[in-house]
Design a protein around this ligand. Structure first.
Ligand code: BES
Ligand code: MN
Ligand code: ZN
Length: 480
């Protein structure tokens, strides 16, 4: 989809459809929909859609009155949903060229960016593997407004939203097509295209480094594991900070010997969503060029049961030197992240953020609306929360008191990989904290938010691409 910005007067915009936000209580639009407002047909409720044909005084073939809700509560997140819903509504009708009008209080870079993001994200369909030619895709989306900074805001939004869709494509790939090595191939191809450095550590290289925790998970699968490293370096660094982005890349999670029930197991193809988010964020950062050094680390494995698979009770030695008793082979994400966090620290990262579809327990705690956020550093947490708020990605701070560490005690090793029945998302985070050590670190548990079970008017069912936008903003707004 081609994304453009124009300052053409509204009535002269050429498009198959022009989106015009309508607010609750609004009695009139400039397209003489007054009677529709009076009759209550157009109430301006959020996500309401009214399509007008042959509207008077506009060059566009159609006008879509898009409900925006109450003007005082309309924010960029609302604009993102509005644009997404409008795009999905219109493309179902085979409309190809869409424009949106940004006027009045909403003529600002933030609202323009949100509209473009909403449109690009709304245009995504998880249908790559469907054959046939009934696929509905837009040709162009135009943000029409006249204020300074429109073009730059639109361009930035396009880059970020396309990166999120890149992540979503990857997350949606099934386990047979996206193995750890294929994930590395995709990262390498992206890096070559975007001018990033990419290195892929194979099993031997990881064994050399002593990554016993990661390799223990990988040993049950015929698919070789790898650790993807993507490096971005600014031409002129603003300071000495080095941000490390660590993402869980389990290309399929059967649970291993502690095998999962068959029901919904097919969804475990999205267990690499954290890793794919980091690859997507790096794709955007390569283009937007923040002033801070950023390196992404994506440990990729397949978690399988087999005669070579890790057993419950096995004890492995992590790269940090700590020994781990593997009580449950299904708690594999923390095992691969442990070594990736240690490696990131050894590579000189001064700040770490990890994202992982880590626990079912975070879904119990927060449902599908909020990412669970855990940290050992309040300053980094506040920055990430601010970035997430600006991007409309909801995150909720969770506790990580020292005494949760007691849940992970075992007489047989330094730490156990599970902490019993209660507080599962917290004990998983506590396990990771052991390997982040004293480096400022935030952990994002995205098990409940990386996959949308039911499509929304503004977003297709399937992968959401969550954390890409927040992580990009965190790096772009980096202050020493
Ligand atoms: N990948 C799963 C977590 C998950 C669950 C992601 C549901 C998305 C949706 C993770 O590897 C896992 O299996 N976690 C276990 C941990 C348990 C064994 C302590 C879980 O949450 O059940
Ligand atoms: Mn698991
Ligand atoms: Zn998993």
């Amino acid at each position: 989809m081609r994304i453009t910005a124009v300052s053409t007067p509204l009535d002269q915009i050429q498009a198959d459809a022009l989106i015009v936000p309508v607010f609750e209580g609004q009695k009139e639009t400039r397209f003489s929909a007054g009677p529709l407002c009076d009759s209550g047909e157009v109430a301006g409720k959020p996500l309401e859609q009214t399509l007008l044909h042959n509207a008077s005084g506009v060059a566009a073939a159609r006008v879509l009155l898009a409900g925006a809700g109450k003007p005082e509560s309309f924010d960029p997140a609302g604009m993102r949903r509005l644009a997404g819903a409008a795009v999905r509504f219109l493309k179902a009708k085979s409309v190809k060229h869409i424009a949106i009008s940004l006027e009045g209080a909403y003529a600002s870079p933030d609202f323009a960016a949100a509209a473009v993001e909403g449109a690009v994200l709304g245009d995504f369909e998880p249908d790559r593997h469907k054959t046939g030619n009934d696929k509905k895709q837009l040709d162009s989306f135009t943000a029409a407004a006249s204020f300074d900074g429109l073009a730059a805001a639109v361009e930035r939004a396009r880059i970020v939203a396309e990166a999120a869709n890149f992540t979503r494509e990857m997350v949606n790939e099934p386990g047979n097509l996206l193995t750890p090595m294929r994930m590395a191939d995709a990262a390498r191809a992206m890096a070559a295209e975007q001018g990033l450095a990419c290195e892929v550590l194979d099993r031997d290289a990881m064994a050399e480094l002593g990554m016993g925790s990661l390799l223990g998970v990988a040993q049950g699968s015929a698919e070789p594991p790898c650790l993807i490293v993507l490096r971005y370096r600014p031409a002129q660094a603003a300071g000495a900070a080095h941000l490390g982005l660590v993402g869980k890349g389990v290309t399929f999670d059967t649970g291993g010997i502690s095998i999962k029930p068959a029901d919904s197991m097919e969804k475990m193809k999205y267990d690499m969503a954290g890793g794919a988010s980091m690859i997507g964020a790096m794709r955007a950062l390569a283009q937007l060029k923040p002033a801070v050094a950023v390196t992404a680390f994506i440990p990729c494995v397949e978690n399988m049961p087999s005669s070579r698979a890790q057993r419950p009770g096995d004890i492995v030695t992590a790269m940090s030197g700590k020994t781990i008793e593997v009580i449950n082979t299904d708690a594999e994400g923390r095992l691969i992240l442990a070594d990736a966090l240690t490696y990131a620290r050894k590579q000189g990262c001064t700040h770490l953020v990890d994202a992982a579809t880590l626990t079912g327990a975070i879904v119990v705690a927060l449902g599908h609306l909020h990412v669970g956020l855990f940290t050992n550093n309040d300053a980094l947490k506040d920055r990430l929360l601010a970035a997430a708020k600006a991007e409309g990605e909801r995150m909720w701070p969770m506790p990580l008191d020292d005494d949760y560490r007691d849940y992970l005690k075992t007489p047989f090793a330094d730490i156990a990989n599970v902490g019993g029945r209660w507080g599962g998302a917290v004990t998983a985070a506590m396990f990771l904290k052991e390997f982040a050590e004293d480096t400022p670190w935030v952990h994002l548990d995205i098990a409940g938010t990386a996959w949308l079970d039911d499509g929304k008017p503004f977003l297709a069912k399937g992968p959401t691409g969550i954390t890409v936008r927040s992580l990009v903003r965190l790096a772009m707004d980096w202050k020493e």
